[in-house]
Design a binder for this molecule. Sequence first.
Ligand code: PEP
Ligand code: MG
Length: 835
Amino acid sequence: MVGIVIVSHSAQLARGVQELMDQMTQGRVRVAIAGGMDDPENPIGTDAMKVIAAIESVFDEAGVVVLMDLGSALLSAETALDFLDPAQRDRVHLCEAPLVEGAIAAAVQAAVGSSAAQVMAEARGALTAKRQQLGIAAPAVAAPPPTPSPTGAALSQTFTIRNALGLHARPAAQFVAAANRFPASLTVRKGARQANAKSINQVATLGVRQGDEILVEAQGDGAEVALAALAALVAANFGESETAPVILPASAKQQGVVGENAGIWTGIPAAPGVAVGPVQQYRPTLPPVVARAISDVDAEWQRLQKAITAAAAELTGVETAAAAQVGREEAAIFAAHRLFLLDPALQEAARDHLQTRRVNAESAWEQAMQEMAETYRQMDDAYMQARAADVLDAGARVLRQLLGVEMRPLTLANPAILVARDLTPSDTAQLDPDRVLGICTESGGATSHSAILARALNIPAIVGLGPRLATLADGQTIGLDGAAGQVWAQPDAETQARLAQQRAAWQAAQQQARATAQGPAITQDGRRIEVAANIGGPHDAPLAREYGAEGVGLFRTEFLFLDRETAPGEAEQFAAYQAVGQAMGDCAVIVRTLDVGGDKPLPYLDLGAEENPFLGWRGIRFCLDRPQVFMPQLRAILRASAGARLKLMFPMVGTVTEVRAAKQMLAEARAELRAAGESFAADMEVGVMIEVPAAVAAADQLAREVDFFSIGTNDLTQYTMAADRGNAKVAHLAQALQPAVLRLIDQTVRAGHDAGIWVGMCGELAGNPLATPLLVGLGLDELSMSAPAIPAVKAAVRRLTLSQARQIAAHALQLDTADAVRAYLESVRLSFATI
Ligand code: PEP
Ligand code: MG
């Protein structure tokens, strides 16, 4: 894809243009800026070295288009070209188009994969819209590159545009992006004027207003599908409402007050939100590890084992506490930390150092841990590189145990902005969001778990700010905008007041979003979608309610069975199910029976080693064979159903026989309770997860056996695509937006509805707001997800009408790649966003 470089005398202007381009293309185009000079005295100007760096950062075989403002910008760009190696230089094009209009047109054209020549042609024609609106005659515009003459009969269709602002930039961008996906030649006519549907400038300059009719003519390959795709977009109003959008006040970023040179430092945005307040530096250190010669290797090995066990136990406590604060899903990082410690490879490496170097456990462990961290750092994938910090964080717990150093609690006496070299996930999880106004760190990335936890805790955060943070003094007032990644190191009174105002507005918006999330999710034409939470235990329930869950769509009961030596007894399980039922009040709770095996082994259940555990003895298969495990769970769930709205769900079902056998055991559990005089809800609904392709194929038969279906897209995807859900090498296949998976979802919903039962979804796809229009359109009755995803999914439901959603689903089902589905859903989302 063609890369674009913006050269401007002003860093601020360059950033603003980049922001507009990102907005128009949802960040799909590689844009780099070379704005201003690194001279605090003379910040306005251009610098050829910056232009070179910008070109290199977006360089692509397809070429780079450079847009400049004026004067020395051209000179710097030309100088930069001289420094490039000739092979690169040939692919870099300086374009004379107007900076702002040209950049936006170029970005939209580049986003659809056009050539550098097409991108330049679009950029050059970018003033046409303005001229027409101002009634100024257009000079001759460079003709777009010739396209081969289409063959076949011409098809045409008339559309009425209902968007409040007509085919303004965003819907026009979607229209053009959709048109560019098809080889057919596409022309749009409004009255006597005509435009190439693949040109953003031409489409936008047609001046299509609300209520206008346009005629689209299509000829050549894919003409029919292209018209259908455009029809779906128009029918969905490009995802916009017919009423005028609300214009939000400009954010600090849009106002773009100052640049790096005016005491503003830029880092990596990690968690949105604004803060202003005093600095508190946090720079904990462990005493240096001193290598000591030892004679008794076994004794040191035992010391290390003890320290690892203690650190792992500590992590269990941290995980429980973090789950209560940010939810089990985010807290799961500490389970991963425990796994790092218990990793045999790491322990083996430490043992090796003990034996070969004959040093103390501290030194052997530190070396093994650093080597492991380095292995992560060397990986290609940025996400995996960020895991090095997790290894070191987990490993430091063991060192603290060995060194006998207490972990200093990270508590703030007064509200402050925490400034640190780096924050480990363990540090971040202990933070009190009422005291920590914001976080600034020298290192770290947006995918670090600290960043993820900061987002979950709603603390504005910026990472990667570099060593200059060390120059900030405790108590000194600073400001930060987490979304913009900007820190005001010495804000004047006016800036402080403005930031304080922005913080208040941000907090009010947060409250509003949470309050709104408490309401039902109803489409604009009255279709209600139940939005529920996935939980792992009673302590997740308060968070689920806080985020607006209308029930629990998936209670993964296996969490009660993890990290222990023996299975929880019937009484303990009963207490947990009852606690969730009570915490959720009148809301329904779907309790899924034990889903172990596969990636969830439980040593004490003696599942045994299997060649292919994901295809082995897991979920209902295991439970049916182990009544001593299954029956107590069924009885516990039944007993808890007496005072709560519980529903029961069986996982990993592939055959009707399994369902019948499970129901038979449920009937036996009921009989036992009845005989014992225990009460339970006799009419508790019973459903199955649809997560094995066989269950989809037999969905009509299964539907006759149960009260509901809940689609588990995580497993359904891995089994359908034959792609392990945890294997990065096949991640491109293991995507729930794969056309094959979408068809199975469609088939399941139809089978369920034909049999008169409701159909929900509790796999990850349900919590992806990008997919909400599609899922509503496919007819799902309920969506269950991790709690923090609820507000966004509810908001997405409310923006839609059911008929729009159906059109979107119908179109998405015709697309033949996961990328095309995602691109289409992104174009739908783009037009939903408020300007
Ligand atoms: C699923 O497979 O989609 C699902 C929700 O179950 P789990 O992720 O617990 O396997
Ligand atoms: Mg599953």
